[in-house]
Design a protein around this ligand. Structure first.
Ligand code: 13P
Ligand code: SF4
Length: 304
């Protein structure tokens, strides 16, 4: 990586009072220049607090949209506007409306991996870090519609012993590909390793895991654990930070091909050009943003 590009990015950051926010799945060189690296919840919490004028959101589109909704007075840039989350596009407003019409009294809990329009039709958002807590905050006599991740929905339902109305057409193609047989094989190969899973995984695999947590939860657990070996059931971009922060420990991906192509669209060159040209700006229609931000803020209140 060229020092010249990094120097130019750093200079532009000062000139424009910009901050670079990076998701834990990004390419190593992007993580290494991030002012903040974290999970979806951390990215939203930091966006809400930052005093930067410009946020360069290095992740997928819904992450930039969430920052934009939370910081309507700031400029939010995404280095590649094609970096969409497949799961976020698996439910349309019309499909959500059908569910709402069928269950008019239900509280709509929406995973942040969703579009701004869907958030605007929801009561409260959640991330992988707080989904159980968010649903637990809703009185048990209330019906709950959980969208769009069927795997996260099934995990929350099993943790709380509570029936949820789960939209069954949404899932993460990267995590859904992690089949039970791969986890069994990995455990056979590395019997002393802890199995650590992201809750976007299938329930039968999550039931085998020593820990189910968000990407930052996974990083914290592996750092604090006395174990020396870990089987990592999430997107492989996380291995960079795991290995960097835990030089004496071993990390084995549960599935080597668990790679999210959208996350990897962000490059150092694109970050430079996005700061030079102040493009691509992510701005959510103000009416949609006003509604969506209520659902995000409700989640943030539950998370503190
Ligand atoms: P986290 O919020 O746990 O980082 O997860 C985001 C995501 O897209 C996982 O696939
Ligand atoms: Fe979306 Fe899955 Fe990629 Fe996460 S890993 S951004 S859920 S497609």
């Amino acid at each position: 990586m060229s020092d010249d590009i990094i120097n130019r990015i750093n200079k532009l950051k000062v000139e424009k009072n910009a901050t670079i926010m990076v998701h834990n799945y990004q390419n190593p060189e992007i993580q290494d220049i991030g002012d903040y690296v974290g999970d979806s919840l951390g990215l939203a919490q930091i966006a809400k607090k930052t005093d930067a004028d410009v946020i360069v959101s290095c992740g997928v589109y819904f992450m930039a949209e969430t920052s934009s909704m939370l910081c309507q007075d700031k400029t939010v840039l995404i280095p590649d506007a094609n970096a969409g989350c497949d799961m976020a596009n698996m439910i349309t407003p019309a499909e959500l409306q059908v569910l709402k019409d069928k269950h008019p009294e239900a509280v709509v809990v929406t995973y942040v991996n969703s579009t701004a329009q869907i958030k605007a039709m929801s009561d409260i958002c959640c991330t992988s870090a707080n989904a159980v807590k968010v649903v637990a905050s809703i009185p048990r006599d209330k019906e709950v519609i959980f969208i769009p991740d069927r795997n996260l929905g099934r995990y929350v339902a099993s943790k709380l012993g509570r029936e949820l109305i789960i939209y069954d057409k949404g899932y993460c193609p990267v995590h859904d590909r992690m089949l039970l047989q791969y986890a069994v094989r990995a455990k056979h190969e590395y019997p002393t390793a802890k199995i650590v899973m992201h809750p976007e995984g299938r329930l039968d695999v999550l039931e085998m895991a020593d820990l189910v947590a968000s990407t930052t939860g996974i990083l914290d657990y592996c750092k604090e654990s006395k174990a020396r070996e870990f089987i990592i059931g999430t997107e492989i971009g996380i291995l960079h930070r795991l290995r960097k922060e835990n030089p004496g420990k071993k990390f084995y991906p549960l599935l080597q091909i668990a790679d999210c192509p959208s996350m990897k669209l962000v490059t150092i060159d694109k970050i430079l050009s996005c700061l030079e040209n102040m493009e691509v700006e992510v701005r959510v229609d103000s009416e949609i943003a006003a509604k969506g931000v209520k659902a995000i803020d409700r989640m943030l209140e539950v998370s503190v």
